[in-house]
Design a protein around this ligand. Structure first.
Ligand SMILES: Cc1cc2nc3c(=O)[nH]c(=O)nc-3n(C[C@H](O)[C@H](O)[C@H](O)COP(=O)(O)O)c2cc1C
Length: 186
């Protein structure tokens, strides 16, 4: 797949088949992730691969409660609140794999570095015919002591990018993009 095709065709996938993603493919998308640039080449990331569905179920359940208890009021909060209140809503959409990218080094740019790694990972997965979705709903909970305990993450690590990966059951249509606002100076 051409790079531009992966960039434009990648979608946030929220429906997955039950088919597992093999270990070699998981390693390949992580390899793509670590080719991302990072400030001072610190590569301050680590990857936690979660395939145990009972762990993902528990994180989904607790992250929903955590979000409901801590979510600030915002324009989206009514929609989010009803979603998070729905016992049938699974924040990971029953995807077979979660790859959590965490920042493990103290660097002022560790978050940016991990986000760049996440985009590489999502594009590589798309090129491999897989779907992905960044699950922001999990982030805050995974940074609590309880969340870290569930995955055995050291207290100093910062969870940045929880990315689900799987075989898409359905690929959603493209989401409209705003026209880029570009200012030219010179
Ligand atoms: C930081 C971040 C957090 C996100 N959190 C969620 C989430 O919790 N649940 C979800 O279904 N999608 C989540 N998404 C996916 C976005 O909704 C999606 O990328 C956006 O609507 C654009 O659609 P596209 O990725 O198909 O182009 C998140 C994306 C980003 C970048």
């Amino acid at each position: 797949m051409e790079l531009n095709e992966a960039i434009t065709e990648r979608r946030a996938v929220r429906e997955y088949t039950e088919e597992n993603v093999n270990e070699e493919t998981i390693r390949r998308v992580i390899e793509a992730a670590v080719h991302a640039p990072s400030a001072v080449n610190q590569q301050p990331w680590t990857f936690t691969v979660v395939r145990d569905q009972s762990v993902l179920d528990r994180i989904s359940r607790d992250a929903k409660s955590h979000m409901l208890a801590t979510m600030p009021a915002s324009t989206h909060s009514d929609h989010f609140r009803s979603l998070l209140d729905d016992p049938d809503f699974h924040i990971f959409y029953h995807a077979p794999v979660l790859i959590l990218i965490s920042a493990i080094a103290e660097s002022p740019w560790a978050i940016e570095d991990c986000a760049l790694a996440a985009e590489n990972l999502m594009l590589a997965a798309c090129a491999a015919g897989l779907g992905t979705c960044w699950i922001g709903f999990a982030q805050s909970f995974l940074n609590t002591p309880d969340g870290k305990n569930m995955l055995g993450l050291p207290a100093a690590w910062v969870s940045v990018a929880p990315i689900i990966v799987g075989h898409p059951k359905a690929v959603p249509p493209p989401v409209p993009r705003k026209k880029p606002e570009v200012r030219w100076i010179g």
